[in-house]
Design a protein around this ligand. Sequence first.
Ligand code: ADP
Length: 740
Amino acid sequence: MTTDNENTLDTRIMVSIEHNDIEKKLRESEERLRESERQFRIIFEQAAVGMAHVSIDGRWLLVNQKLCAILGYTREELLELTFQDITYPDDLETDLEQVNRLLKDELQTYTMEKRYFRKDGPLVWAILTVSLVRDNMGRPQYFISIIEDISERKRAEAEVAEQAQQLEAVFGSMADAVLVYDCDGNIVFASAAAQEIFPLSVQPTTPVQPGQKHPFLYVLWDEQGRPLLSERSPVQRILSGEVLKGSNALDVVFRTADAEPKYLSMSGSPMRNTSGEIIGGVLIARDVTERHHLERRTQKALEGMLAMAEALVKLPDSSGDIDTVGCSLAKLTSSMLGCQHVSLHVVEQEAEILRPVAVYGLTPKQERTWWEGQQQQTSSLSNSLTPELVERLRANEVIVLDMTQPPFNKQPDSYNIKAMLVAPMCIGERLVGLLMLDYGKVGHAYTEGEVALASAVAKLSALVIERQRLLSERAEAQGREVALRESNRRMEEFLGVASHELRTPLTTIKANTQLALRRLRSLSGKALVATEEVNEKVNATQDMLRRAERQISVLNRLVGDMIDISRIQSGKLQVHVRQQSANLVTIVQEIIQEQRKAVPGRSILLEMPAVEMIPILADPDRIGQVLTNYLSNALKYSDARESIKVQLKVEDTSARVAVSDKGPGISEEEQQRIWECFYQAPAIKVLSGSGVGLGLGLCISQTIIAHHHGQVGVQSKPGEGSTFWFTLPIAQPAGTTTEN
Ligand code: ADP
């Protein structure tokens, strides 16, 4: 049993033990608290982020070293301030709003990005996380703020944003379309040009939105007009790792239902991450429609030039007259220059008449009207264009006429042409034609290139047309030559017949006539018993035979003249120039003798130098023939009572023979013509002797003398007689002139 005291003691002891326990626990707990506080302080102090306790009104209560470093203040300085003091004004309102919500217990914690002023000036970007500490009763005690410096990140972000902006500005200013795709082929960026080039890819008012599927996969065609299969589309190719650039760039045609097709040159490449995986691609589309058209035109121009050059060197084609060639030239020109109408005119040289050759680009009805219009008015260069324009064309200049201005707007123009280009077709200095073209109603501004091309086309056309003209001329000449050969052949035949079949019987008849005459003469000389009647008949027969002999001579001369002229015309006159010189004196004397005998009633005087010899290299018969011609004309065309004078002179290196008569004389105009073949002056009548002549004698004489390198001529005045002369080169020096 225990007593009370014992119990009390026990109790005391127990209490004491408990007290000790409690104290111990307390100490332990205090120790732990201190330890935790120490650790908190260590953590607080050593934290990599800024940490603070902030009073409800915003004063800094407790700040760590990191925060001081972030804000640039010492601990003591900071504890003098509130967070409001150093918050960038634009961010303060948001911050305070959040603080209020914490205080109202609407939030447990909040986080925001905000800016503080550092002590030394610059702003500091930070992520602020704030929570509120309340006491046991739930009353707000203080805020715990964690402040992380994100200035570096913000700077980097700003830099990236700026770069992106710059890039966008660059892409925006690029004429080429830039499209950026993700790895699934969705557009993540489209430059302004891209949105212009692919108008159908988006709704008209909305720009391309990131995430939109690439828009033109199914509307691209290759250059041959075949649709591009999706796996061959540029997007698919770059996304499968192909780089499209340089010669590997893709030429495609982008077609929409309501617009002209666009020709695009597409280049691009895949985009890869650091591990080399494809994360998307960039595609650049260049609109090369203009270039394509230009190339097409250049191509067509080249083809046209080639076609023209081919036409120029093609073998002669007799079927291609100038008009047909002109038509194909006009057609070629139209396709080369892409113009609506083309017309070609040649300038006919002497009168400078503009002759239409071809027109192209009109409807059949318009074309009929055009040709009718052209045929109704024969226009010359000078009445179609002003002298100044004609001069410029002659100087090989291409002219563009404003057809809406005077004087052209007054011309009847059923085609409403606005501007017409006129290119001169020149061969050397010679304007042989005009090439005209226009683009119809559309006001067309002719580029330098077009003008140069038109000029080149006109030059080629000139060559082609000129060549065709020469070919036609040659064909004509060839035709004439064939005809000439044929007529020469016939002439040969005729000459054969004439010289043999005509001359032979004539010679026989002449010989027989002379024989008959001789026999009759010998008969009449013999002392035969002849009645008067017989004698009369013999005499009459003798007369008839003498007349027949004269007629035969005339006939012989005429046949001779005809044969000679035929030979002259076929270039085959036979002139046998002797190797040794002939004596002109003898020739002249013999012929005069002959004529005196033939026409005994006429006086023929001879005037010549006192020489026996004037040597000439000649065919004496032919020279005699010339003098005979001159003499028989002088006798024929002058009165039978008038004498004829023959003059033989030596002049320097040539001899001159002249036959003068006192006949009617010849006008100057006739003097030009009497040397022509078959020409006879109508006013000049035969005054004596036989009148038969063919108008061939002078022509034959001229040819014979020309064969001897001499000259012929006539001095005459109507009413004062005529002197026909010829000269011949002397083979050796001769003596002086005296009267005979
Ligand atoms: P033909 O005398 O046979 O008619 P020609 O050729 O000899 O032919 O002469 C041509 C023409 O020249 C003659 O027809 C004549 O009109 C003219 N004529 C020639 N000689 C004379 C002359 N001496 N006097 C006047 N006219 C002449």
